[in-house]
Design a protein. Sequence first.
Lengths: 736, 163
Amino acid sequence: MSELSRRAFLRASAVAGGGLLLSSSWEPLEAAEPSGAAGRARDPALSAFVRIHPDGTVTIAAKNPEIGQGVKTMLPMLIADELDVEWKRVQVEQVPLDTTRFKDQWAGGSTATPINWLPMRQVGAAARSMLVTAAAQKWKVPADECQTSKGKVLHKKTGRALSYGALATAAAAVPPPELASLKLKDPSEFTIIGTPVPGVDNHAIVTGKPIFGIDVTVPGMRHATFVKCPVFAGKVKSANLDEIRAMPGVFKAFVVEGGTDLQGLLGGVAIVADSVWQALTARRALKVIWDEGATASQGTTVFDARAAELAKQPPHKSLRSDGDARAALTKAAKVVTAEYAYPFLAHAPLEPQNCTARYDAGKLEIWAPTQTPQDGRELVARTLGLQEEVITIHLIRAGGGFGRRLYNDSMVEAAWIARQAGVPVKLLWTREDDFQHDLYRPGGYHFFSAGLDAGGTLTSFRDHFVTFGTTEKFAASAAMSETEFPARFVPNVALEASVMPLGVPTGALRAPRSNAICFAFQSFLDELAHAAGKDPLEFRRALLSRPPLQAAPPAGGAPAPGLDPERMLGVLELVAQKSDWGKQRLPRGTGMGVAFYFSHRGHFAEVARLAVSEKGELRVEKIWVAADIGSTIVNPSMAENQVQGAVLDGLSEALGQEITIERGRTVQSNFNDYPLLDIHQSVPVEVHFRKTSFPPTGLGEPALPPVIPAVCNAIFAATGKRVRSLPLSKHDLSWS
Amino acid sequence: MKFRLKVNGQARDLEGPEDLPLLWALRDGLDLKGTKFGCGIAQCGACTVLIDGVARRSCVTPVAAVGSAAITTIEGLSREGTHPLQRAWEELDVPQCGFCQTGQIMSAAALLSRTPHPTDAEIDAAMGGNLCRCATYLRIRRAIHRAAELGKTNAASATGSGR
């Protein structure tokens, strides 16, 4: 595992069972100091997160990167509710990277809600407690006789009230309370959490304010473009730099040697010019002779052929073995085998990769639309040979993340180019750069076999997963969990893997691994249901109703991962009910499909209804989603938006998206050959939350995986054609 | 070359090469950053502006070809950010990342100026070239209907053709 994914994993593991929390080394209230807190600097700060102004308005710090998941609104909501102020009196301010004051400041893995649900509420409750203490001291009454409401402290016995604004200075002098001692609101007392709150940047967005990374301007800034070798990690041999330097507006042009880390600084030619267009114009005249390196021999057809060979050989390694899957297969009444495959995918956030950097007198200042500013700072420090302390990182709203901005390649490039050019630069990638130098969702191959007994019960299940990496280490996002369902629910299971080497960068794409593996597993389960002569939803219900094997706890004492069958049965029932599963007589060519998946701590079941014409034209009609992400939907407006967006994103992937590699380079280059779903294909997505007693978890990702197999299973129901590879655009779905 | 453009009702002068796309003239030359770069080949719609009231992709429109036509960018759609589309977008909490939304709103403004009460099919036809990577399309459709309602009670022009 790479350093990044290992650390992300450790962070995620810490919250996997809901047993999260602040490390004891972090006390946000001790970190309070006026220069660090958000908002108008001379007004009293109650902590690094909360500043109260004399007029009673409150500035609350937003600590995490906003990438479109709504976290800049959601985390301050948690603080504001426990602080007991009205939302309309709250101003939200994005703060820069400062992990001493703000601890976790990253966006990934749908983790912001589970990590911050308690700590951010405690931050709000602590500020409230300081205000109450200040009022009680002023009135000389016990603090527990005081209440708060809408930004005021009240003493009902004497009918006195003081606004937070009037109390702020005194409250700022109150010693911060122990976080663990604070009493938090009962959910019935929430006034902001659970209500639909529009995004705090919406007005700036709809009026075109310069709030994105691409919009950043700093004095004296010039514009950079960076041309990397089309073959990943290839190096510059020579380039016509003198010719480029003579072009209009070109300030500097130079070779960046670069390294071999596919998530780091790779070799290329930097052109720094007075304007974007001059940089791009010069780039068109650039001629580079490349040393392409070893990856030039790799490609999609090579991978496909190698996967077919590996499938015939003994697997390289075992991921899980329960009972004896091979022996059980020989005894099965019915054996089903199938091969599934899915392609590489790109992230393609609509805002191309970019970063602005200024290097001056040994100090580096960076404005970055990144999901992982801390990892970016480490990468930049390591690559440029700087101490992290000299690097300041401003968190800039990102025009989409989807996992692409977990990697800080554009940040390290901007930093390097700014230092070498000797001027502040904004590096902007072209769309072609973005498609051809992504860290792709890796493709993969699953060779399944499964056995059913005479009664149609699943008795053995085997997957030979052919993926990328080495026997020691899978490529990034190319691994498979050993708890992949139906493992734990079938007595004889063998999950095995073989690997082939890969020189193409891979990485986490929204719902990493799950977005691919769910398609294969939930589609094959559908095949098994049909082979067993059972309704696909009933077949799944029966599997989930078996007593599960205990998941083996991973090393390090973290709670065992894996789905909770009761929670999954709950959402399965709900989606069946909402979609009228099995109750409709559908015409030939129309079908419904179901799938479920557990990822990112969320339990999701989804149903698709669609029609396929005799000529094979696919028209998805509707998607139903049933979700269990715990007790509370913090912001129902963004929650619905995220689920609908994730489902349509999954549909977009399934319909037509595929990255292919030829001679070590990416074939696709822009939206004309990598289609994104458009408004015509945006079908109704009906979202239902099943609230349970578990702590709330995140929503950026877990809604995505099930829609893909739900659609493929519905295609089978409509046409009798089983889709075993993606995208759908490569399949002839016609029927007669 | 020197150009004089009519942008949001004002004459603006700038210099640039003959092939300079309007997108970069607006963003770099005139510091109007609300018009976004997404693809550079008119495939995503993030750079949509109005030219004489018609939605155009500024990334493939050479500034030399604009002449004296009136250009409206998101910054000129309304004085206070209260165009019915902007109000509807906020009311329905449309954005996720928000990067495409100015282009979406400009395409929708062109639609409403000629079709004040569009059907779903008319919306889809007009908005098909505006990609939203976050797929907020369901809310975009609702927000255009909502803006049409708000526009009924609001005398403000649907194009705000330059101020």
